[in-house]
Design a binder for this molecule. Structure first.
Ligand SMILES: [Zn+2]
Length: 106
């Protein structure tokens, strides 16, 4: 399943859409919706109605990005890469960069 390849805390590169080319940290993954949220990317401004104290204004919030529009960002390759899997000697399944084979779950 594609969506399992990325998780919270990963650094991803945006490969499509208005944030194309930028990198950021994954805040949240919604695998069932095939989307995720990336820190400070795809920001939408929401107008908030003034509350009882008269405070209102513009709220900035991350909007979801389609998982298909991002790639894992490999620090070694300095590029968006495909994620593969490797089973370690102790049986643990870890993610690896398909390009440089660096472990991504160190
Ligand atoms: Zn790599």
């Amino acid at each position: 399943m594609q969506s399992k390849r990325l998780k919270k805390g990963d650094t991803v590169k945006i490969i499509s859409g208005r944030e194309k080319g930028k990198t950021g940290k994954v805040l949240k993954v919604e695998g069932d919706k095939n989307r995720l949220f990336v820190e400070k990317l795809n920001i939408v401004k929401k107008h908030q109605k003034p509350d009882a104290k008269g405070k209102g204004g513009i709220l900035e919030k991350e909007a979801p990005i389609a998982i298909s529009d991002v790639m894992f960002f490999c620090n070694k390759c300095e590029a968006g890469v495909k994620v593969g899997y490797r089973i370690l000697e102790d049986g643990k399944k870890v993610r690896v960069c398909k390009k440089c084979h660096e472990l991504l779950d160190a």
